[in-house]
Design a binder for this molecule. Structure first.
Ligand SMILES: [Fe+2]
Length: 193
């Protein structure tokens, strides 16, 4: 359950995001999936919930302006600077949000990151696995004009890489469950695409 302060913060972030969404594979559902995973992981690790709320909802902000690749997190922080200053966050919380958003798209693990950044990175990876991950890969392929070979590569190689990037044991367990969801589908697709 969220307290009033958390609910207000969440509502501010959602209202802001809604004005900018243009990538269906990174829409509000994706942000809310990341939030669900991050609050679950955050409970066990006593992470700052306000940081998790803001970073979960806004981590893919630059995607709605066409950003791709490792530096899209950094680009999101740049685009969000003004909005983050308007939020009721302590300076150190704002800094944590920026670190979490910047680092979630990096392709290498960094064990020195604060727990909130590790959680957002894991939550985002988990939201890209399982049947939802498969659907999002297909949607994203359409968004950027890619076909079956792209979907196949993402499904058979990138999903494995995502799992290797996970930090927390709880995340690794969840990833195995999500992987089992699509085991049959993956085998079917291996033969058909
Ligand atoms: Fe994401």
């Amino acid at each position: 359950m969220m307290n009033r302060e958390e609910k207000e913060l969440l509502a501010m972030c959602i209202a802001f995001l809604r004005q900018h969404i243009s990538s269906p594979s990174h829409d509000l559902k994706h942000s809310l999936d990341v939030l669900k995973y991050s609050l679950f992981l955050g409970r066990k690790h006593k992470a700052n919930r306000k940081v998790l709320i803001v970073a979960s909802i806004l981590h893919d902000f630059s995607r709605h302006y066409g950003a791709r690749g490792e530096l899209q997190g950094e680009e999101s922080v740049r685009l969000l600077e003004e909005f983050l200053n308007r939020l009721p966050l302590l300076e150190e919380e704002k800094k944590s949000v920026e670190i979490a958003i910047t680092s979630h798209s990096l392709r290498k693990k960094d064990d020195s990151l604060p727990i909130e950044a590790k959680i957002i990175s894991d939550a985002d990876k988990l939201a890209g696995l399982g049947v939802i991950g498969l659907l999002r890969i297909s949607m994203y392929a359409g968004e950027i004009g890619k076909g079956f070979s792209y979907v196949k590569r993402k499904l058979f190689e990138d999903m494995k890489h995502r799992k290797r990037l996970l930090y927390l044991d709880e995340s690794k367990k969840l990833a195995e469950q999500l992987d089992r969801e699509i085991m049959g589908i993956r085998e079917l697709l291996r033969k058909k695409i």
